[in-house]
Design a protein around this ligand. Structure first.
Ligand code: PLP
Length: 376
């Protein structure tokens, strides 16, 4: 993982300095990988709002429940943060062609940031990925390969194509820069809660990058002298009943995960949990050392939460983000959340990228006119 000269950063990255910094992730540039600002590829990613869930929170019994809405990032998901950091650093290195397999959203983000940087971008994703993901990538001019079968097939295709064509492999955990971009979510939450972390952060987990990144952010804030070494913020990862390798390792008291055996039974792409294990031991450490947990929810609970967030709060969010509300409900029932705690649901993406997940149907033309007739 990337390390920085925190002693040097301490002199310039102060709470006062932050007040006049730009409104994107690069406001924390001392703790991001790019050396020359000329290489930064940015579209105003980050600085997303913390939305108080004033209806749903009290309805389920939580007084201070809020949602950090990453659906407002460029490209519609928090993957923009990782892509901005990664593409910027790769430009600094002089890389010209990048490639990655993706469940969908990383592909869209790297395609868009790659286009902005003038890179050649190759993306492989499962043929049944949400259309919003591959449409975004082809619209950005990327070469997109829709691969039949589970994510493992996209991974295999990309591994062979990269070996054959020599593209830079920008896949999760193959490069350290995505974590760097994503950790800015931790810096922002720290600022949004008045220079302290919230009590609990609930985060939907796929590869585990986000959990690791937020944990790293708080550790770096300690290194900067902005946060007390004894900080408390429970990090809770959410997985689905269809694939929960972190929960399995946690229950087994293991330091690392083992690859998920058998089928991956979930309709939620970002949580289908491709079998990345490279960062899992750090994700487990983040959860354990903060007194957090891994919550497991099912697809029905996720879909219900997605509808509730829409109808009660007006938030049209992705199913991965909705999983955090489903998890909060379960954790509260289990006595793992305090009613007065400041709890953040991390919504990782915009519902507009997941139109297939909306199952309610509108009134058609005939029923619209019938409505008028019935009122006469
Ligand atoms: C990638 C993704 C996730 C999983 O994120 P990790 O940081 O890899 O665990 C969750 N939600 C959405 C919408 C995603 O695109």
């Amino acid at each position: 993982m990337a390390r920085y000269d925190l002693q040097a950063a301490r002199r310039t990255l102060t709470a006062e300095a932050l007040q006049s910094r730009p409104n994107d992730i690069w406001r924390y540039h001392e703790l991001l990988p790019v050396r020359d600002a000329e290489n930064i590829v940015s579209m105003g990613e980050g600085r997303t709002p913390l939305v108080a869930l004033e209806t749903l929170g009290p309805a389920i019994g939580l007084q201070h429940l809020s949602l950090k809405d990453e659906g407002l990032c460029p490209t519609g998901t928090f993957k923009a943060r990782g892509a901005s950091a990664s593409v910027s650093k790769l430009c600094e290195w002089g890389v010209r062609a990048i490639a990655l397999p993706t469940a969908g959203n990383a592909g869209g983000a790297f395609a868009c940031y790659g286009a902005r940087a003038g890179l050649e971008v190759h993306i492989a994703m499962p043929a049944d990925a949400p259309q919003g993901a591959w449409k975004q990538a082809v619209a950005a001019g990327a070469k997109v390969y829709l691969i039949d079968g589970p994510f493992a097939h996209s991974l295999k295709f990309m591994r062979e194509a990269i070996a054959r064509f020599g593209w830079y492999n920008a896949s999760t955990f193959n490069e350290p820069w995505r974590i760097e971009g994503k950790k800015t979510m931790g810096f922002e939450l720290f600022e949004q809660f008045g220079n302290t972390p919230p009590d609990v952060i609930i985060y939907p987990t796929g590869g585990g990058v986000g959990v690791i990144a937020i944990y790293k952010a708080f550790q770096e804030l300690v290194g900067l002298g902005l946060l007390e070494p004894g900080w408390r913020c429970r990090l809770i990862a959410v997985q689905t009943e269809g694939c929960y390798r972190l929960k399995a390792a946690l229950d087994a008291d293991a330091d690392d995960t083992t690859p998920w055996e058998g089928d991956i039974n979930t309709i939620v792409p970002g949580m289908a949990g491709p079998h990345y294990t490279l960062g899992d031991h750090v994700a487990l450490q983040a959860v354990r050392s903060t007194g957090g947990d891994v919550a497991v929810v099912n697809d029905q609970e996720i879909m219900a939460a997605m509808r509730d967030l829409g109808s009660a709060e007006g938030l049209f969010i992705c199913p991965e983000g909705a999983a955090t509300l489903a998890a909060a409900r379960k954790l509260l029932e289990a006595g793992a959340l305090g009613r007065d705690e400041r709890i953040v649901l991390l919504n990782t993406g915009n519902g507009l990228k997941y139109q297939e997940f909306v199952t309610e149907t509108p009134n058609d033309d005939a029923s619209a006119w019938r409505l008028l007739q019935s009122a006469q």
